[in-house]
Design a protein around this ligand. Structure first.
Ligand code: PLP
Length: 482
């Protein structure tokens, strides 16, 4: 038996390889990726990558790292969206702060367990400090709790479940419960409502003003109407920066109505939340502190690599009531003087120590460059919004409140939707920048979302040039046809 154990040990030791060369190779790979990040394409309009993985199954014998890195480069980095690139102006662009990657590296190397205070008090305190920092920014008084999640969708789900339990919504109550939002609300909330078993609740899309913001009077009217019909107004969801157009609902007016009606007030600030760091934007977010729960996405507004969202709940007891469990095998993990643990505040038990990837860049760089970058994004979007209107026959949406705007070209003849789809296809083919589209009132619109920390003035000028030159191409092609 000893002989066999030793034999197995010998083989298993391959899992503790010599580190020097593979670390060097990995850093070389990362450096070569970053060296080209301002010149490489943002969108590769080619055959989807990844086929190569199918030809290379997982097997008993290992493969040289160099070969694997080549595969990653070929199969992943050369197709689809280059999400870390400066030209990413689609959807809500991702970040990818290098310091955050180092935090991830350290979190993985040490593998500290940040789920429970007992297991790593330091790691849990670090995450709680980040929660407190965000709660202060929102303006929550003491008594809140929160959690760093994998993203905004899970953070929103956590809030919905908490709201359901806080109002003790039972099966028989659900068909009478009413949820208020706008058509602009992010679809992950609809998903969350369904996952939380609430799909039978009534959804009310409250009309919006010309800037795609909820009209408070219309909300009040709808609540009155529903109450008169014997329904139970239960939850109001406002957006602080819609994904589609960057609209911020009037948080204070909506909050007052929600509170008076006895509704749970949830704010989805996944995209827009961190603009609250800017003094000049504070008034736009007035009323955020009235919410019962709010969601922010550090992997958007703090430029972190994908994988970090956050939920804050004003009354920590509600978050605990939905998520705290005691198990026999965890009996030594809870003590009276312990701090709140992430495992008691979210569905996760074992989790990535995601606090480090957020804390390291915030501490290393300080807040000043983050604020500058956020203010820069707003200015860049305004700059684009003005410049694009210098092109004749361009139609734009309302002046951007944050860093998203949209436009479309109105051709002399033909269907504008077809025209703008063709224009976007050519922009995608070019690939140096990436934009996405949306449809509002049956109009096909091209969106520009500025949030990558690598997007600067040169990127926006490049985007304008690309739009103009491809516009000419579509116009000429149309003239040939007609
Ligand atoms: C991105 C986004 C979400 C979803 O967050 P994920 O991090 O993508 O899961 C929710 N709401 C808004 C407003 C968003 O912009």
């Amino acid at each position: 038996m000893i002989e066999r154990i030793k034999q197995l040990e010998e083989q298993a030791r391959a899992l503790e390889p010599a580190r020097e060369q593979i670390t060097k190779d990995t850093i070389t790979f990362a450096e070569s990726h970053l060296k080209d990040i301002y010149t490489t394409k943002t969108y590769f309009d080619e055959d989807p990558g990844g086929q190569g993985f199918l030809d290379s199954p997982i097997q008993d014998t290992g493969v040289e790292l160099e070969h694997l890195l080549q595969t990653v480069h070929r199969e992943i980095d050369q197709s689809g969206i280059n999400a870390g690139a400066h030209g990413h102006l689609g959807y809500i662009p991702g970040g990818g702060l290098y310091a955050s990657a180092l935090g991830d590296y350290l979190a993985a190397v040490t593998n500290n367990y940040a789920g429970v205070f007992f297991a790593s008090p330091g790691a849990v305190r670090l995450e709680n400090q980040l929660i407190s920092w965000m709660a202060d920014m929102v303006g929550y008084p003491d008594g809140y709790a929160g959690n760093l999640s994998s993203g905004g969708s899970i953070a929103n789900l956590t809030a919905i479940v908490t709201a359901r339990d806080a109002h003790d919504l039972r099966c028989e109550d659900i068909p009478k419960a009413v949820i208020y939002c706008t058509h602009q609300m992010h679809h992950c909330l609809l998903k969350a409502i369904r996952i939380a078993g609430l799909k039978e609740a009534h959804m009310r899309e409250i009309p919006q003003d010309g800037q795609h913001r909820m009209i408070p009077d219309a909300l009040q009217e709808q609540i009155n109407h529903d109450r008169a019909d014997g329904l139970k107004p239960w939850m109001v969801i406002a957006s602080a920066g819609t994904t589609d157009v960057g609209a911020v609902d009037p948080l204070k007016e909506v909050g007052k109505i929600a509170k008076t009606a006895g509704c749970w007030y949830h704010i989805d600030a996944a995209y827009g939340g961190f603009f609250m760091l800017l003094d000049e934007m504070k008034s736009l977010f007035e009323g955020a502190a009235m919410s019962d729960s709010i969601v922010l996405d550090p992997h958007k507004g703090l430029f972190l690599p994908f994988g970090t969202g956050a939920v804050l709940v004003k009354n920590k007891q509600h978050l605990l009531d939905s998520h705290f469990y005691m198990a026999n095998y965890l009996q030594d993990t809870h003590s009276a003087d312990a701090e709140l643990s992430p495992a008691d505040l979210s569905p996760e038990l074992t989790k990535h120590f995601r606090g480090l990837r957020m804390w390291l860049p915030l501490k290393l760089h300080g807040l000043a460059p983050f604020k500058a970058a956020l203010a820069e994004k707003i200015e860049l979007c305004r700059y684009f919004y003005h410049k694009i209107q210098e092109v004749p026959n361009m139609e734009v949406g309302p002046k951007p409140e944050l860093s998203v705007c949209y436009f479309r070209y109105l051709p002399e003849h033909g269907d504008p939707n077809d025209f703008n789809q063709k224009l976007l296809q050519l922009i995608h083919k070019d690939g140096r920048v990436f934009m996405s589209s949306t449809t509002l009132d049956d109009k096909f619109l091209i969106r520009v979302a500025v949030l990558s920390f690598r997007t600067h003035l040169a990127t926006i000028d490049l985007a304008l040039d690309i739009i103009k030159s491809n516009l000419e191409k579509v116009i000429q092609a149309d003239e040939v046809i007609s």
